[in-house]
Design a binder for this molecule. Structure first.
Ligand code: PLP
Length: 319
């Protein structure tokens, strides 16, 4: 495995080969896509971020006047991305993904589990809907959920998170069940230039080698932390779906949340999730209308359980 940073490759006997211009395809990206396709059981295409993957999927598979049924509580940035596309005629309706999607939708957009409220979608109800179904499985990862086997047409990941896993590569991926959908998405990607560069793809390939190990360890630690957090007097509620490294919990309000954020020593007070280092933040700074002021999102990394708990307990005791 090495990075090929070329933007051009020579024609052979006057004809372009598999690789001829980086915007169309490059060897590092194709190798990473092969691995991602294997993990999710479909045809994968990489994009320069999760938001880029979201934009490309909407542009490729929907047109003006068509409707996305978006899971309430899905990553708030996904709603912002669609808000940009509403200016071009896309319609967006939100619905409770724990039940059936609304009539009239042309694409159903689920998130498993949703970030940061950690609800799980009713995949069976969505598969029974006539519209095509996309599942953003960023937080579940293919280790815990393979939506294409459960009737979904597309899976999307912010590969910036668990798949790359080290907070040093920004990428997104769409995995298609049908080859013809992947061909259309590839065509749109080349034409619009929403393309991932070779270097982050190389970091993704390296991260994928430890994906399963990381996720299983993060699950073990997150499960234990969720239990301990639920027993702390400063914690009002804990949300954890029982798998993966992401959880959220509530303290009394904004002041207590800030106190926890600024008292941590081991856990980094930062945004994002899915890396080997634990990070925590109060989500109300980004999405104040949607989440409680005291909601803290914790992405559990690979540090020892007892060191993480000591850091959290110390911060919570100071509330
Ligand atoms: N989907 C989910 C569930 C996310 O949490 C995020 C980012 O936080 C995205 C999509 C967007 O990904 P990116 O930040 O790589 O653009």
């Amino acid at each position: 495995m090495s990075v090929d940073r070329s933007t051009i490759w020579p024609y052979r006997d006057g004809e372009p080969g598999d690789f001829y211009y980086q915007r169309d395809a490059h060897p590092t990206g194709v190798e990473a896509e092969r691995e991602l396709g294997r993990l999710d059981g479909g045809h994968a295409l990489l994009f320069p971020s999760g938001a880029g993957a979201t934009t490309a999927a909407a542009l490729a598979f929907l047109g003006p006047g068509e409707t996305i049924a978006l899971a309430e509580g899905a990553y708030f940035g996904t709603g912002l991305t669609f808000g940009e596309l509403e200016r071009w005629g896309l319609r967006v309706v939100e619905f409770d993904q724990t039940g059936p999607p609304p009539d009239g939708a042309d694409l159903v957009w689920l998130e498993a589990p949703s970030n940061p409220l950690l609800t799980m979608p009713d995949l069976e109800a969505a598969a029974a809907h006539p519209a095509r179904v996309l599942v953003d499985a960023t937080a579940a990862t293919p280790v815990y959920l393979r939506p294409l086997e459960r009737g979904a047409d597309f899976v999307l990941h912010s590969a910036t998170k668990y798949l790359a896993g080290h907070d040093d590569a920004q990428l997104g991926v769409v995995v298609c069940r049908r080859e013809e959908d992947a061909a259309r998405l590839h065509e749109l990607r080349t034409r619009t230039g929403i393309v991932a560069a070779p270097d982050p793809c190389f970091l993704l390939l390296r991260g994928l080698k430890t994906l399963e190990l990381r996720i299983r360890r993060q699950t073990e630690t997150a499960t234990a932390l969720a239990q301990r957090l639920a027993g702390h007097p400063a914690v009002e509620s804990v949300r954890y779906p029982g798998f993966g490294g992401l959880l959220s919990f509530d303290v009394a309000g904004a002041g207590e949340a800030r106190q926890v954020e600024t008292s941590l020593r081991l856990i980094t007070n930062a945004t994002s999730l899915g890396g080997v280092d634990s990070v925590l933040e109060a989500r109300a700074r980004w999405e104040p209308h949607r989440v409680p002021a005291g909601l803290l999102r914790l992405s559990v990394g690979l540090e020892p359980l007892d060191a993480l708990w000591a850091d959290l307990e110390n911060a919570l005791d100071s509330c």
